[in-house]
Design a binder for this molecule. Structure first.
Ligand code: SOE
Length: 401
């Protein structure tokens, strides 16, 4: 893999000047995440005031499929070689939607070439790769080149509001958090192998894929750090058909189906994190509950325009959960969309993400979540794996940093 210290790379290239507008964008990957990001690139300028950009090129391995996807998703052209695309003078932004095992190599090469980089979560498949990405991102930042990780749930207006309420002290001292991210797309034991089920391509299973989101939310909502971790991983279906052909041979699943963790935060709060891709009946359920001494917040991704709020400072006879419909122009991101009460969906979180990334490029201020923030999540994921392997020991995060 290319490292940020590789002297063959032109690592002193500065950020593209905004005078060379419009910014040329290339996205790498055209599957689920590539489609979600493409949709956001296509819509963002219709709703938000962002610097001018052009959807130049969509990159993928299969020439025919990527050409079809590019035409469908609004990209001017398609390409199969990401290295060539990164070197193009008319490309200023690289949006990495490829699987985790490719993140580090592409991100580091793009940053060294002076391109702003947005990368899907998790930051990388291994701590070592994530650390190299952080180093490359920090070096690039000094040259005005921005980098950001795509934890899109930070851009759910209700969760952005929850963070504001917690920061304003509306929950008082947060005591504990419950974070559960449950899916069932792997519940069927006959469901065939994919890259997401092989350690060499996915790094881990439910852990990196969806616990990364849940853990990022705990850090984001509380503005806190994790100091101690205890975790458990389990693979319930350890062999699956190699392909959709029912006659195909079985292959070992080398990642977890589900993960559990208890996190201690620097503030003293405790968070439980529970994730599964075999939780039969749960489609894409991210539930967050934050309990403080003055109030409670509840969130459910399946009703993402709503926040449950209990104000424990109100007279007891008036207490009870209020449903806040987070759909007013004064709520985060919502002024740009529809009149009040005209709800938004999952795809809007990606549009908000692109908006925030482009705004950071325009202002020159480093965007959040940074690669450093992605690395924090990565340390916690590694500690969960370590704890699970050691069967229940408590892992001090300071031993990781
Ligand atoms: C698949 O489990 C997946 O698409 C994740 O990779 C996404 O990050 C999450 O938003 C939905 O589920």
């Amino acid at each position: 893999m290319t490292t940020p210290t590789d002297s063959s790379l032109p690592s002193d290239r500065p950020a593209p000047s905004l005078a060379s507008r419009p910014l040329g964008v290339a996205a790498i990957g055209y599957a689920f995440m590539g489609k979600a990001h493409s949709n956001a690139w296509r819509n963002v300028a219709s709703f938000f005031d962002v610097p001018a950009f052009e959807q130049k090129v969509l990159v993928g391995r299969d020439a025919t499929q990527v050409a079809e996807a590019a035409a469908k998703y609004g990209w001017a052209e398609s390409a199969t070689d990401w290295r060539e695309v990164i070197e193009r003078d008319d490309i200023h932004i690289i949006d990495i939607c490829a699987p985790g095992w490719m993140h580090a190599e592409i991100a580091i090469a793009a940053l060294d070439a002076g391109k702003h980089v947005l990368v899907e979560k998790p930051l990388a498949n291994t701590l070592g790769e994530a650390e190299l990405m952080v180093a490359a991102g920090a070096a690039a930042r000094k040259r005005g080149v921005q980098s950001m990780i795509g934890f899109n749930y930070r851009r759910v207006p209700a969760l952005a509001l929850a963070r504001e309420l917690i920061a304003e002290g509306r929950l008082g001292t947060v005591r504990h958090v419950r974070a559960a991210y449950l899916q069932d797309w792997l519940s069927d034991a006959e469901s065939p192998m994919t890259w997401r089920l092989r350690k060499e391509t996915a790094g881990s299973g439910a852990l990196g894929d969806i616990a990364s989101h849940a853990i990022d939310q705990v850090l984001y909502l509380l503005g806190d750090d994790v100091t101690e971790v205890s975790g458990r991983l389990h693979t319930f279906v350890d062999r699956r058909p190699r392909s959709a052909d029912p006659e195909s041979a079985l292959e070992d699943v080398t990642v977890d189906d589900a993960a559990w963790a208890t996190l201690t935060l620097a503030s003293g709060a405790i968070a439980s994190v529970e994730v599964s891709r075999v939780a039969t009946g749960q489609k894409n359920s991210l539930k967050l509950e934050i309990y403080g001494d003055k109030g409670t917040i509840l969130f459910d991704l399946e009703n993402l325009n709503e926040l449950g709020f209990l104000d424990a400072t109100a007279p007891v006879r008036e207490q009870g959960f209020r449903r806040i419909l987070v759909n007013e122009p004064e709520h985060p991101y919502l002024e740009a969309w529809w009149p009040q009460g005209h709800i938004i969906g999952w795809e809007h979180t990606f549009t908000h993400q692109i908006r925030d990334f482009l705004s950071a490029i325009a202002s020159g201020e480093a965007p959040s979540p940074s690669f450093e923030e992605g690395l924090k999540v990565q340390h916690i994921l590694a500690a969960i794996e370590e704890s699970a392997a050691a069967k229940s020991s408590l892992i001090q995060l300071s031993t990781h940093a």
